[in-house]
Design a binder for this molecule. Structure first.
Ligand SMILES: Nc1nc2c(c(=O)[nH]1)N[C@H]1C(S)=C(S)[C@@H](COP(=O)(O)OP(=O)(O)OC[C@H]3O[C@@H](n4cnc5c(=O)[nH]c(N)nc54)[C@H](O)[C@@H]3O)O[C@H]1N2
Ligand SMILES: Nc1nc2c(c(=O)[nH]1)N[C@H]1C(S)=C(S)[C@@H](COP(=O)(O)OP(=O)(O)OC[C@H]3O[C@@H](n4cnc5c(=O)[nH]c(N)nc54)[C@H](O)[C@@H]3O)O[C@H]1N2
Ligand code: SF4
Ligand SMILES: [Mo]
Length: 666
């Protein structure tokens, strides 16, 4: 059989076959059926460029790095960990790590070093979806598969630009449209995705809850709800309904800035569709009310019974390739391991499983909370793996100050020159996609094998680094793994501890995963039984609290940030591939022509964009985007000097899409 592997970029999880060091979309694989996108397919070109190839060490970030070795550096780190209060140690992981990498890091931090401050960049990505699913359905579980769009009549894409962020899924949506699927796109920007929509709703940024409430209210008033489902499978409908009906429809509509006609078209589509999927990403999750927005979506599916049948349901689209796997392993500081929350009984089970008496007993700091602690001088060691927090966290100037306050910052990266590297004392090289092996889970619970097809040349994969550190700390037995398969199999055993064994990854087989994917949790909500206390789905009345930063006379524009098709975040891999740079420039700002004219700015001109927190320079592009709203892609490496660091109170996910800025000609 030909060698196969899975893409290391987005959550679609396309499978490739590998021939002569070239990748080709694998036919007959459910996620991509032979398709792939430009950045996915060009990944072999970044295996040998811009690589971090040796360990480096310096005592102060003012000094230059000297070369070191894994052994030397890890011994230093182990010694410093032994001398540090575990409460002052943080692990900052990534939704791009494989399950095995996550598993070993999580075991080391929570099980042996004894710090629960082990979180991941997925906090900035889908933490709101996790909390939303758990509140509504009792478990972090995506109850829809991508192939469901083939049985679906209406797909609502809200705050998701799949044409650039989930390219292959977007192509599959287009195919389904040819067979009758209708697509509504709800976004303050007329995105590439909006271009192929059947209906585009240019709602005002931050008003999604108003729109969803208006829809739910009308559905209830006009009887387009599923009474049987509500009665038998949901909690708290009467309270939800009473509060919802007390809202004023005109006020809701006015808030969204949509016209009555636009809303009626949406309503018609909704009420005329048998099967409905709502899919969302960062336009919903990255918000001070990110959890509430998720709940508002889930509510809609509960009251209409649009869930647990083919072609329907609330589908959170995961961004990173293994953000789902990270959630399952327990990479978020708010989970212990294998979907287990912190409780005495769960801690006992996990202590027994890991044979440890140092297990943490309560949830730890989330990503930005670690930064806040560091800012206050209360973090002694931060180990960062497979992510670039200086680049990706909001209010960058504050994050920079925080990292400067940490006596030991360790960065594990496969590539050179991350934005975080200037703040690191120790850098450790890891092997990237192409040289590492293990498993990952895509956005619809598909577990697949990642295969190494190039030599590691003496370098280690992320989990091997954490295991070596574990051994230097004296935990010989617990970290004595010989290969990725052994790590996976221990993780598999552990999934038996998950509640009712719902995380049935223990049934998969490492060897066969190389060619046959495994979908975990199929039929978890069979017969509409959810995983809440009484097995019914919870309804929550939600209101738009308008808590985000507001525009002002001085900062009159609302800034949105997001993806471009051919770039992957910092571009440590994609910006090395010449052909990917042709599609769009990296440092632009989208603004509508009228707003630009009022500032006397023309297309192609360079402008200074500032918020109260910082500034950057970008090139102007005219775009169809709402009045007084602008967009800067996250390929602009400085984007987070501008963004606000408000967090959702429950998910702790940042409010990236609502920062007030001003624009000046330079
Ligand atoms: N090419 C490429 N693909 C990627 C990535 C990448 O870096 N490059 N990253 C991956 C990752 S980690 C992620 S998380 C996903 C993200 O996938 P997406 O979330 O689909 O990507 P974004 O570009 O962030 O799109 C968010 C959309 O939300 C809109 N939006 C902003 N505010 C609001 C609002 O208040 N309401 C509504 N309704 N919409 C709003 C924005 O205009 C934008 O179009 O992409 C993944 N795929
Ligand atoms: N303004 C704004 N900010 C955002 C967002 C936004 O929409 N707007 N989105 C947020 C979201 S959703 C996300 S997911 C984050 C993403 O932000 P980051 O995670 O910081 O971005 P990446 O560039 O993907 O960082 C991955 C890092 O891993 C390194 N790497 C690659 N392969 C390997 C490997 O195998 N091992 C190791 N150890 N390192 C490797 C790369 O060189 C790179 O430095 O950004 C967040 N920040
Ligand atoms: S759509 Fe996503 S998973 Fe598929 S090839 Fe492109 S980046 Fe990779
Ligand atoms: Mo993400």
């Amino acid at each position: 059989m030909t060698e196969q592997t899975v893409c290391a970029y987005c959550g679609v999880g396309c499978k490739f076959e590998i021939k002569d060091n070239k990748l080709k979309g694998l036919k007959n694989y459910p996620a991509n059926q032979g398709l792939s996108c430009a950045k996915g397919i060009s990944q072999t070109q970044s295996i040998d460029t811009n690589r971090l190839l040796e360990a480096k060490h310096r005592d102060s970030t003012d000094a230059k790095f000297g070369t070191s070795s894994y052994k030397e550096s890890l011994k230093v780190i182990a010694q410093k960990i032994k001398n540090c209060n575990p409460q002052k140690i943080g692990f900052y992981l990534s939704g791009q790590m494989l399950n095995e990498d996550y598993y070993v890091a999580n075991k080391l931090a929570k099980g042996f070093i004894g710090t629960a401050h082990c979180d991941t960049n997925s906090r900035t990505c889908m933490a709101s979806a996790v909390v939303g699913y758990k509140k509504s359905f009792g478990v972090d579980y995506v109850p829809v598969r991508m192939e469901d769009i083939e049985r679906c009549n209406l797909l609502i894409l809200i705050g998701a630009n799949v044409a650039e962020a989930h390219v292959v899924f977007a192509n599959k949506i287009k195919k389904a449209q040819k067979k009758g699927l209708k697509v509504v796109v709800i976004d303050p920007r007329y995105t590439l995705t909006a271009k192929s929509a059947d209906l585009y709703l240019p709602l005002k940024v931050g008003t999604d809850i108003d729109l969803l409430n208006l829809l739910a209210l009308r559905l209830i008033e006009e009887g387009f709800i599923d009474h049987d489902f509500i009665k038998n499978h949901s909690n708290d409908f009467e309270n939800y309904k009473e509060k919802l009906l007390a809202l004023n429809k005109d006020t809701l509509l006015k808030s969204t800035r949509l016209t009555q006609q636009e809303f009626e078209s949406f309503y018609q589509l909704f009420t005329n569709s048998k099967n409905i999927i709502t899919a969302w990403t960062m336009g919903i999750n990255q918000s001070i009310q990110g959890v509430d927005k998720n709940l508002a979506i889930n509510n809609l599916h509960i009251i209409t019974g649009q869930i647990n049948k083919q072609g329907s349901g609330p589908l959170s689209l995961t961004g990173q390739p293994n953000a789902m796997g990270g959630r399952e392993v327990g990479g978020l500081s708010t989970t212990l391991a294998v979907h287990l929350d912190y409780s005495e009984a769960n801690c006992q089970k996990v202590s027994d499983f890991w044979h440890t008496d140092s297990l943490v007993q309560k949830s730890g700091l989330t990503a930005y909370e670690m930064i806040q602690k560091a800012h206050a001088g209360e973090i002694g060691i931060l180990i960062i793996c497979h992510t670039d927090p200086i680049y990706h966290l909001p209010h960058r100037a504050y994050v920079e100050e925080a990292l400067k306050n940490i006596p030991l910052v360790v960065e594990i990266n496969a590539y050179e020159n991350s934005e975080t590297s200037s703040f690191a004392h120790i850098q450790l090289p890891a092997v990237p996609f192409g040289q590492k092996e293990g498993t990952q889970v895509n956005l619809d619970r598909t577990l697949t094998r990642v295969t190494a097809f190039k030599e590691k040349n003496g370098l280690l994969q992320d989990w091997e680094i954490f295991a070596m550190l574990g051994r230097y700390l004296g935990y010989e037995d617990a970290f004595n793994f010989q290969n990725s398969k052994e790590v996976f199999e221990e993780y598999q055993e552990m999934t038996r501890l998950s509640h009712d064994g719902h995380l049935d990854i223990y049934s998969a087989n490492y060897n066969t995963l190389a060619h046959t994917p495994f979908i975990w949790g199929e039929n978890l909500f069979k017969n509409n039984t959810f995983m809440t206390a009484n097995k019914k789905a919870n309804l929550f009345f939600i209101e738009n609290k308008n808590l985000s930063e507001k525009t002002s006379q001085e900062y009159p524009f609302m800034l949105l940030t997001g993806r471009t098709r051919d770039q992957w975040h910092t571009g440590s891999k994609t910006a090395q591939v010449a052909k990917l740079l042709k599609y769009k420039s990296l440092e632009f700002i989208e603004i509508n022509e009228n707003d630009a004219k009022s500032l006397n700015i023309d297309e192609g001109e360079r402008v200074k964009v500032s918020s109260i927190r910082g500034e950057l320079v970008a090139t102007v592009i005219f775009a169809k985007i709402n009045h007084k709203t602008v967009f800067i892609p996250i390929s602009h490496i400085k984007v987070n000097y501008l963004t606000d660091n408000k967090l959702d109170p429950l998910s702790k996910q940042p409010d990236y899409n609502h920062s007030a800025v001003k624009i000046e000609k330079i």
